[in-house]
Every structure is written in C-alpha cells, then in structure tokens.
Design a binder for this molecule. Structure first.
Ligand code: SAM
Length: 289
C-alpha cells in the first residue's frame, strides 16, 4: 500500500489506475504533507472520534485520518476513485468508503448508526463548486457536530469569519456564525494541490455552538431578511428589504419595524450583526401576528 502525500506517489497511483481528473467534481488533490498534518491537527482528531470525510479523492487525507481517528467514513461521488481507495486504504480496518453524493446523504442517520447519535467531526478538502451547500446542509440538518474542518477557497474562508462593516461580510458570515465559531488554521497556496487550482485556499475550523448566539422566534424569517439585505448591499436596509422578492412586507411595515428595533432609519444591512437581525425579525414577525 502506497503512503500518499507527495507528488510522486500521487502521480504513480493515478497512472497505475489510468485515472483522469474530472473538473466537474472539483478534483484538486493534496500533495503536501505539511498541509495534511495541519488539517488533521486543526481538527483535533483522536481515537475517540468518528470522522466523516467528504470527497476522499485517492485517499491521501483519509490515511492521515485513519491513523488518528477511531472510525472514518469517507463519502466519494466519483465511481472511478472507488477501486483506488480500496487499494490505498487496504491497511486500515477503521475506514468505510461510501460511493455517493454528500448532498443526498442522510447525515443524521450516519451519526446515529456510526456514533450512537453523538457529535461527529467532519474533515474535508472540499470540492469548491459546492462549498456553501455542503456547509449549510450540515448546519441546517441539525446533525450533532463537534467541529467541521475544511479546506475552502481563501476568499470563502474570509467571508465566513468576517465581521460587520467589512467588505467580506455578508449572508455567509451571518449564517456560519449563527451555528459556529470560525477559526482560520492555515493559508494554503495553489502549489500544494494537483492539479493546481487558480485561487488561494485556506483551512478553516468551525467549532459548532451548543446554543445559537441569539434567540429568534422565526429563524427562517431572519435568514430571509439577511439574504434580502445583502442582495442589494449598496442600498439602505429599508430599501433593500422593501425591494426584495423574498419578502412581502410593505414599505410602511419595514419603516416601523426598523424604528421599533431601534435602528437608524438610513442604516445599511452590512452594519448589522446577528443580534440586530434577530431583533428585526422578531419585530416584523410581531407586526404580522
Ligand atoms: N480529499 C482529497 C484530497 O485532499 O486530495 C480530494 C479533495 S478534492 C478537492 C474533492 C473531492 O470531492 C474529489 O475527490 C471529488 O470527486 C469529491 N466530490 C465532489 N463532489 C462530491 C459530492 N457531491 N459528494 C461527495 N464527493 C464529492
């Protein structure tokens, strides 16, 4: 069994199996042992942990995870990688490979079956074309999660941890920070991957919160307000919410709500934090009751 993690070994495995990269699956395999060490260390994986790995590729990071975790489940969409994974992971008896689409997997059932419903850890070098649906899918499914440690585009990592008033701040920052505390573990340049992506990457760990940082009566309404505010981020909050196709409040209702939530009339959405959006959602919800 090849111990993976550097370019020569990766090329050898790929050639032996006549594997061709598929762009549509966001395949950029890690070929840097330092980065692999950093991801696994950032995730804080130990023998007591069950780890879900999304997109194992040829199994490079999976080998690192198998060395440290109690049990690993690796979910890979590309059929052509399954025989390769069988070979590269043959020395480990604490791993299972599942062929399938992570967006269609019942992760709650996975946590129940493999970890008795206890919090699981998710570790992944994510396919960048579906970073946001994967992360939001994990959070919104309310699956018990300890942490989610992922390689994402640098720009996405910056947006996840951004604070109000910065240019990176937006709906993704608020959504992530409603469920987790983000921690940037490493910046990773394109030459650590094969093939090289044309963007910089970063490893971010999301420590999942046991309680959301704000209480809001209607979570869905709060997120509709957030999306509406940032869809038109150059506009005032008042205009952004009035013009949004996602909302059906009148101009007067929105004006009243902004006043009742004790926000300045000309404020922009990009200045508001979770607390203010929660207050606004509660006031608007109340107006309709
Ligand atoms: N973990 C490997 C590594 O670090 O070298 C590969 C990472 S590569 C960026 C992303 C992997 O996710 C690829 O193996 C790709 O085939 C897989 N993938 C893409 N879409 C997926 C999906 N919807 N469900 C599961 N795996 C997916």
């Amino acid at each position: 069994m090849a111990i993976l993690g550097n370019p020569q070994e990766t090329i050898e495995v790929l050639q032996r199996h006549d594997f061709h990269f598929q762009k549509k699956f966001g395949q950029n395999f890690l070929i840097d042992t330092h980065v692999l060490d950093k991801i696994v260390a950032a995730a804080g994986v130990g023998k007591e942990d069950f780890v879900l790995e999304i997109g194992p590729g040829i199994g490079t990071m999976t080998q690192y995870l198998c060395e440290r975790a109690g049990k690993v489940l690796a979910v890979e969409i590309d059929h052509n990688l399954i025989p390769i994974l069988k070979e590269t992971l043959s020395a480990y008896d604490n791993v299972e490979v599942l062929q399938g689409d992570i967006l269609k997997l019942d992760i709650q059932a996975v946590a129940d079956r493999y970890n008795d419903g206890n919090p699981i850890k998710v570790v992944a070098n994510l396919p960048y074309y579906i970073t946001t649906p994967i992360i939001m899918g994990l959070f919104e499914s309310h699956v018990p999660l300890a942490n989610v440690t992922v390689m994402v585009q640098k720009e996405v990592a910056d947006r996840m941890k951004a604070q109000p008033g910065t240019k990176e701040y937006g709906a993704l920052s608020l959504a992530v920070q409603y469920y987790a505390r983000p921690y940037l573990a490493a910046n990773v340049p394109p030459n650590c991957f094969m093939p090289r992506p044309n963007v910089g990457s970063a490893v971010i760990r999301l420590d999942c919160l046991s309680r959301t940082p704000v209480e809001v009566k209607d979570e869905k309404l709060m997120f509709r307000l957030i999306r509406a505010s940032f869809n038109q981020r150059r506009k005032t909050l008042q205009n952004g919410l009035t013009n949004s196709s996602e909302l059906d409040f009148s101009k007067e209702e929105i004006r009243q709500a902004i006043e009742k939530a004790e926000l300045p009339p000309a404020i922009r959405g990009e200045k508001l934090g979770l607390k203010e959006f929660a207050r606004l959602a509660d006031v608007l919800g109340e107006l309709r009751r």
